[in-house]
Design a protein around this ligand. Structure first.
Ligand code: NDP
Ligand code: 2IT
Length: 450
């Protein structure tokens, strides 16, 4: 991409030179800088204050060794990361990903996106992300616990309830957060809200488990209502993934009147023309930690197909990619469009490739980008932090109502920004700009000291 604006072109060239081979990070930066073109053209103070130069460079990037002993008594070594990207509007906040594909590029792209997403929530949270190339799949509880304890032994030196508050992401759920919280408390002798996504008996918030998936659907419902007077009612929905986000997106989409006909994991996808039976999925994924393939052994008429990308060939009205980055490419987008998709909203982070996004926008498909559509998870983490600070717990209904409000506001703020900057209806541009403006303003007021 050639930037028309010279300042953006110069910054982007420097980011490429400084972060060679970090394809995911460069992809995320390029998209945001492209969106900011009308903003930096209109107001030169972003350039004179070096805002773009600074916002693309993490404030701090920590990489560390994580050694632990497996069940056979062998020493294992993984690599741990925490990227503290931007603290202009609040303590660093963002999840911890445990997956073999985790590397500096993945953590930096996620941390970078988190800055704008957290800003969109309207809550005081900066952007951060962390994780490890540890693979929890196939490990015993004891192995996961020893890994988490070792990981936290180093991470604890860099985080705190007012400094940096990690949470879950791929491979990090309630079990992992519990082990990490226990270790932090042991090391610091301090019971604070240093992590979110905690269990309900030790400071977790009701509705945090459901929040990302529910939030994606609240956002999508508002987007469809306002842009095309549409809703989930009577629609066929395809959702990729079958983890935390996919499960609760399935639940809410169904409650709102949609029929979810497919889910997937990294091996393949299931198609159930009668509508996914979520109790069966929850039993397989949440209780047994099994594979989505097993759904077909338990539900008559359901089909299993090897390979996860084939899920986008299923005709649907609404597609919600909720698995991982770059899982939906240009070809998949073309197939979805040909089959009549009207709305796509990203539950995962950066699941659509730039080519796919371009195709959706060109075809007039309503498109909810990740930073806006999946912000419900971190927003509810922010609500968990508030409850921890006041040492009170709110009811499920209270948290859920606040979540819904936040998602509706994120849609309108993104839409309005897209209109103000002459890209009406382009929510990629709108969300990037709306998220950016608040952070940039805070950076200006705080000076150039970091
Ligand atoms: P989980 O670990 O609960 O589930 C991840 C799901 O995605 C699994 O079904 C997994 O399948 C699948 N998956 C992972 N990697 C791949 C891959 N390379 N190819 C195909 N499928 C894959 O994670 P979450 O549901 O929490 O996260 C899903 C997405 O949502 C991520 O992009 C995450 O960053 C994003 N997100 C999560 C939030 C949260 O609150 N949890 C908040 C906002 C965004 P398998 O079991 O085979 O690996
Ligand atoms: O990508 C994300 O927003 C998350 N994984 C949730 C982060 C959080 O702090 O709840």
């Amino acid at each position: 991409m050639a930037f028309k604006n010279e300042y953006l072109a110069k910054v982007y060239d420097k980011v490429c030179a400084r972060n060679p081979g970090e394809t995911e990070f460069l992809q995320a930066v390029e998209e945001v800088l492209e969106s900011l073109e009308p903003v930096v053209e209109k107001d030169k103070s972003y350039e004179t204050n070096g805002i773009i130069d600074r916002i693309v460079e993490p404030e701090r990037f920590i990489q560390f060794r994580v050694s632990w002993v497996d069940d056979n008594g062998n020493v294992q070594v993984n690599r741990g990361f925490r990227c503290q990207f931007n603290s202009a509007i609040g303590p660093y906040k963002g999840g911890l990903r445990l997956h073999p594909s985790v590397c500096a590029s993945v953590i930096k792209f996620l941390g970078f996106e988190q800055i704008f997403k957290n800003s969109l929530t309207g809550l005081p949270m900066g952007g951060g992300k962390g994780g490890s190339d540890f693979d929890p799949k196939g490990k015993s509880d004891g192995e996961v616990m020893r890994f988490c304890q070792s990981f936290m032994t180093e991470l604890s030196k860099h985080i705190g309830a007012d400094t940096d508050v990690p949470a879950g992401d791929i491979g990090t759920g309630a079990r992992e957060i519990g082990y990490m919280f226990g270790q932090y408390k042991r090391l610091r002798n301090e019971f604070t809200g240093v992590l979110t996504g905690k269990g309900l008996s030790y400071g977790g918030s009701l509705a945090r488990t459901e929040a990302t998936g529910y939030g994606v659907c609240y956002f999508t419902e508002e987007m469809m209502k306002c842009m095309k007077n549409e809703s989930f009612e009577g629609k066929t929905v395809v959702i990729s993934g079958s983890g935390n986000v996919a499960i609760y997106a399935t639940q809410k989409a169904t409650e709102l009147g949609g029929k979810v006909v497919a889910l997937s994991d990294s091996n393949g996808y299931v198609y159930d023309k009668n509508g996914i039976n979520l109790d069966v999925v929850k039993q397989i994924k949440e209780v047994e930690r099994g594979r989505i393939k097993e759904y077909c052994d338990r539900v008559e008429g359901a089909e299993y197909h090897e390979g996860c990308s084939g899920i986008w060939t299923i005709p649907c009205d609404i597609a919600l990619p909720c698995a991982t980055q770059n899982e939906l490419d240009g070809d998949a987008a073309a197939t979805l469009i040909k089959n009549g998709v009207i709305a796509v909203a990203e539950g995962a982070n950066m699941p659509s490739t730039p080519d796919a996004i371009e195709k959706f926008l060109e075809a007039g498909v309503m498109f909810g980008p990740a930073k806006a559509a999946n912000a419900g998870g971190v927003a509810t983490s922010g609500l968990e932090m508030s409850q921890n600070s006041e040492r009170l717990s709110w009811t499920f209904e209270e948290v859920d109502a606040k979540l819904k409000d936040i998602m509706v506001n994120i849609f309108h703020n993104s839409y309005n920004a897209s209109k103000d900057y002459d890209h009406e209806g382009n929510l990629v541009v709108g969300a990037n700009i709306a998220g950016f403006l608040k952070v940039a303003d805070a950076m200006k007021w705080q000076g150039v000291s970091y």
